[in-house]
Structures are given as C-alpha cells and as structure tokens.
Design a protein around this ligand. Structure first.
Ligand code: F0G
Length: 448
C-alpha cells in the first residue's frame, strides 16, 4: 500500500515564526508556565486544540463571498439549513455561534433543577450548561474506557446497563434527554459504535426519552465505525453518519470541529415544541433564528464544510495522520492512551514521569517541557484542569484539520522523543497563584 498523502495542495501559507530555546525559556517565565498565556505567534506547532483551527478550502472561502448578510430570511441560511437537514434529517435547524451556545439553549429549554442528564461523557461546557440550570450531568462511560492501554475499539460507548438502571431509578420524568458525545472527547476522542448507538436509541425510545447527539466530531466517529465495526466497511461514511443522526431525535454541534470552520454551531431537533422554546431563547442572546450569532458568510462556510468532511479521502488522511503520530511515539516506548482516537494523541503523564507525584502536576510539567523543547503547545487534562477529581494526568496533542503536514508531525514526534529521553531530569510543578474557578486558563506555576 502507498503512503496516505494529504489530499490537498497548499494555496495560501501562514508563516511559522521559529523560536530559540532561550527565547522559549523567557516566554515560559513571562507566561508563568501556563501555555494558555503564551501568544500563538510564539508557538511553532500549536496542538492546543482542534477546535476552530481548521484550514478552510478554496470552495469554502469562495462560498463566503456569496454570504447573504440580510437580517431575516437570508439565502445563506437556507443553504445552511438544507445541508444540515440533508445530513441529519432533523426538522428544526437552529444556528448558534458555537457548540456551547447550542448546549445552553438546549438545556435551558428542556431541563429543570433536579433533572438528570446521562451522557457517555459530558464535555466540560456541556456539563457546565447542564449544571447551570441545577440539573445533574451524569457520565456513564463503558467499563473498557477506564483502562488507558486497553485496545477495545469503541471505548467511547455508553454503559447500557447503567443507563437502564439510571432510568429505572430516576424515572423518565426526571430525565428530559439522554446525550451521546461522538467521538467522546473527554474519554480520549474514542468512537461510539453503531451497535451501542442503536441500543441506546432502543432504550430511550422504549422509555419515551429523547436522545441527542453531541455531534462535534460525528464524521471522525462515522469513519471509525466504517473501519472497525463488523459489517460496516462497505457502507459510505455519509450513510453511516446519517444513520447515527437518525437513531437520535436531535443534536448539538460545534461546527468548529467536523464542519471545518473557524466559528459556528447549531442545535437541531425533531420536537417542534422544544424548537419553539429554543428559538425564543436564541433571540435573547444569539440572534434571529436565520442567523443565530453568525454572519451569513459563516453559514455558507458550514454548509460547504459539512460536505467536505465526509470525503473519505480526507477522512483516511485525517485518521492516518493521528495514527502516524500515535504509532511513532508508541514505538519509542512513550505511554499513550490506546487506541489512538480521531482528533488527538493523549500522553499518559503519570507513566511518562513516574517520579513526579500527582500533587506536582505531571501533566503540566510534561506540557511545559514539550513547549520548552520544541515550541509544541499541548494541553494538560488532569490535576490542573479537574483538581483532585482527575482520574488521569494526560497531555492532549490535538491535531488541527488540514493545517499541518507530515513533516510537522515528524517534528512533533522528535520533540516528544527528546523530552522522553531526558524524562528523569524533569521535575514537578506547583501552583503559585490560582483564580477561584477554571484555574487551568490563568493559574501561575513554578518548578517545585
Ligand atoms: N462538545 C464537545 C465534544 C467539544 O469537544 C466541544 C469543544 C464542545 C462541545 C463545545 O463547543 O467550543 O464550539 O463551544 N471542544 C474544544 C476542545 C474546546 O478543545 O476540545 P464550542
């Protein structure tokens, strides 16, 4: 088999400013060792997130020129609506400025204090929006998800038994909806199987509870189903994605991931009553229902991106590049979460730095070293982000879509390798200042 190449040519380039080790040392000190406080122009390879960082295609930029900026009933809205309906089959499509706005509007329109929202794993903003209304965000990941090294292919699955028990215990009146996050970002970008979605859908329908997808990375999930699930390899990814959406009654979407745009989102539902409440809510903060916090040109870019994301040559390249990094760092003996998911590699910092106690934030120490070594920016997902509740200390290397080439990824592997070779010299970190909430964004650190 031949190398899976980037299925695009580069038309516009954005220079990367190279920095020296001395410069990076000074930059880290100025940022108090918090990578969120480092300026993007001081980063060589930015793997902080895959959200809103995609490179748009010539077709998307072209479509933006067609943007209809009318306040009401813009042409661009109808193009957007048609693209989303064609993919999801849902009746009511409501644009929002990004995923968390869709979540806020959905939960404000469906959940009340004391309700319970089960999910395979809530993303942070989803959890925060559930909890903002006094409801409980319940994570029910499958048991295979706990073992970082287990190669079970669908570690994103929800635990069906615990879902049924939760419904039996709480009663369906307390569960306004069940959510499934595809792929499961909090759980390592792991996919959910079609089988698991079908059974979740059956349980929800038997109990009269609506099912919603958090569809941020639906195409990566659908492609992983095609690659790994028995009986799915002959179907098109579009067909699999359409079935995923049809098993649910609605979805929220951060278009900043699998719609290949820099900003945007939507919430969709088959329930016209919920849709009416959501549209009223939308007008308060997002905007009129035919633009919902976006410009007409953004709607055009999403409509176009939702077609491009299902191109199987693109998806083959996308998954190949994530696996490429995973395979190469694994071969060096670097401990990572397995199997490699859709959008990121997760380094296991507790195993990488076994001499650094968890109170000394091994994930933060490792993320700082990757920057110091080669200007690679990643994100700590562990003790800094979640405090004592953290079950792991991970460092996520999220790969932006269509942005970096294979030599950029080779560089990342080399940086990881160099840090790994001198891992015994790396010391832990302590927090010197922290804000009352969401400390990972602004906390200050120093070496222990
Ligand atoms: N759902 C999932 C699964 C996500 O990963 C995100 C964002 C959101 C919802 C919220 O969407 O950012 O458009 O408001 N994840 C980003 C990340 C921030 O880095 O993983 P948003």
């Amino acid at each position: 088999m031949k190398t899976i190449i980037e299925p695009f040519r580069v038309k516009v380039v954005e220079p990367i400013r190279m920095t020296t080790a001395d410069e990076r040392e000074a930059i880290l000190r100025r940022a108090s060792f918090n990578l969120f406080q480092v300026r993007a122009e001081d980063v060589i390879i930015d793997l902080l997130t895959d959200s809103g960082t995609s490179a748009m295609s010539a077709a998307q930029w072209g479509a933006m020129m067609r943007g209809d900026e009318s306040y009401a009933g813009a042409r661009s809205f109808f193009r957007f609506e048609e693209a989303v309906k064609d993919l999801t089959g849902y009746e009511n499509i409501i644009p929002t400025h990004q995923g968390r706005a869709a979540e806020r509007i959905l939960f404000a329109s469906t959940a009340t204090a004391g309700d319970v929202i089960p999910n395979n794993s809530h993303f942070d903003t989803t959890r925060a929006n559930v909890e903002a209304g006094g409801a409980v965000a319940l994570d029910l990941p499958c048991s295979e998800a706990a073992a970082l090294q287990s190669k079970y292919p669908f570690k994103g699955n929800i635990d069906l038994e615990r879902l049924q028990q939760t419904i039996d215990r709480q009663g369906r009146q307390k569960i306004p909806l069940v959510m499934i996050t595809v792929t499961n970002n909090t759980g390592g970008g792991q996919p959910v199987s079609l089988e698991n979605l079908r059974r979740t859908s059956e349980i929800c329908r038997a109990n009269g509870i609506p099912l919603y997808l958090d569809a941020a990375r639906f195409a990566e999930n659908a492609y992983l189903i095609k690659l790994k699930e028995p009986g799915q390899s002959e179907r098109s990814v579009r067909e699999i994605a359409q079935e995923m959406f049809q098993l649910a009654d609605g979805c929220t979407m951060s278009a900043k991931k699998d719609a290949l745009v820099n900003i945007g989102g939507f919430v969709a539902t088959n329930d016209s009553n919920v849709a009416e409440r959501m549209r009223n809510n939308l007008i308060l903060t997002e905007g009129f229902p035919t633009y919902g916090g976006m410009a007409g040109r953004d709607l055009e870019a999403i409509a176009c991106g939702l077609g491009e994301i299902l191109d199987e040559d693109y998806l083959a390249y996308r998954l190949a590049s994530t696996r490429y990094v995973g395979r190469h760092v694994s071969q060096l003996g670097v401990p990572i979460m397995l199997p490699v998911g859709g959008h990121a590699i997760y380094l296991d910092a507790r195993q990488f730095l076994p001499h650094v106690p968890t109170e000394q934030f091994p994930g933060q120490a490792l993320a700082v070293e990757l920057y110091r070594e080669g200007g690679v920016r990643s994100v700590e997902i562990g003790g800094v982000m979640f405090g004592k509740a953290a079950q792991h200390d991970l460092v996520r290397l999220a790969i932006p879509r269509r942005v970096y080439t294979q030599s950029h990824m080779d560089y990342v592997v080399e940086v990881v390798e160099q840090v790994y070779r001198r891992r015994e010299e790396i010391s832990g970190m302590r927090i010197t200042w922290e804000p009352p909430t969401l400390r990972h964004f602004t906390a200050r650190f120093d070496w222990v």
